[in-house]
Structures are given as C-alpha cells and as structure tokens.
Design a protein around this ligand. Structure first.
Ligand SMILES: [Zn+2]
Length: 152
C-alpha cells in the first residue's frame, strides 16, 4: 500500500451490500470483516476505507491513516475514505448514523483542513450509485448545514 500524504479531500460511501440489521458490535465487526476480505480478495492490502460509521453511530477505524485508501478509482491520492454501513439505495441511514457522520466529517475537516467543497460522495466523482440515494440526500443536507456554519 502507498503511504497517505496529507489528506486534502474526503469521500463518503455506503457498503452497498444486501441490507442487514446490525444490532450489536459483533454484527458490525463481522460486516467490516466481510468488506475487508472482499477488498483483500481484489488484491488490496487492507479494507479500502479509513473509517466506518455503523448504524448506532459508532466510528470504527478501517485502513490505517498511514496508508492511502482504495475507494475511488484513480482518485485515492490524499483522499480520506469513509464508509457508512448499509445499502442506502434501498434503506435509509439511521438518524444516529447521519449525526455521527456529520460530527465526524466536521471534525475531520478541521483536523485535516479540508474545505467543504472537497467533501464529496462517491457518485459525485465516478459513475456509481454509491452512497445510495438516501445517503446522498443526507449528504446534501449536511453540506447545506456546513455552509451556513462556516458563514456563522
Ligand atoms: Zn463508494
């Protein structure tokens, strides 16, 4: 895996797998492990995303921040990858998940000095449904809120 140079952008994803109910930490850990194994089966060194947001709003570490992610084809350079667990074409993110994602994004923007215009969803960068229409809707709202916060 390549070293991660200073983060300059952030991209949000969903896992896009058949939706399942993740009711406890064991289920979440298994789901993350499934994603990691499917990425490693493609020949990648580790799960492609740096962080994972589960439906209860917990943030999990994915790939170490020491390494560049593997989550947007040909656009991984200095790109922090965050995945929300679920398939948001067919289900909605929980309010806890959206709230946690929002907090985490705003914290990461400050930490890495990433402007709001460089916080994108996968489908804004490449032809894909990811992160699903319902998360896209949440992200649009979140960025509107971010813009008014930055003007305050
Ligand atoms: Zn994606």
């Amino acid at each position: 895996m390549n070293r991660l140079d200073a983060v300059a952008r952030i991209t949000v994803h969903h896992d896009g797998m058949p939706p399942v109910r993740l009711t406890n930490r064991r289920d979440v850990a298994d789901r993350i492990d499934l994603i990691r194994k499917s990425h490693q089966a493609r020949g990648w060194g580790d799960i492609g995303y740096h962080f994972v947001v589960d439906p209860s709003g917990q943030i999990w570490q994915g790939r170490s921040l020491a390494y560049q992610g593997a989550h947007v084809k040909n656009q991984n350079y200095r790109n922090l990858g965050i995945v929300a667990l679920g398939n948001f074409e067919v289900q909605s993110p929980t309010s806890a998940q959206v709230a946690a994602l929002e907090r985490f994004l705003f914290t990461s923007m400050r930490r890495f000095r990433v402007p709001l215009m460089r916080v994108r969803t996968h489908r804004e960068l490449a032809p894909t449904l990811c992160p699903g229409r319902n998360m896209q809707f949440a992200m649009n709202g979140l960025r509107t809120k971010g813009r008014s916060l930055s003007r305050a």
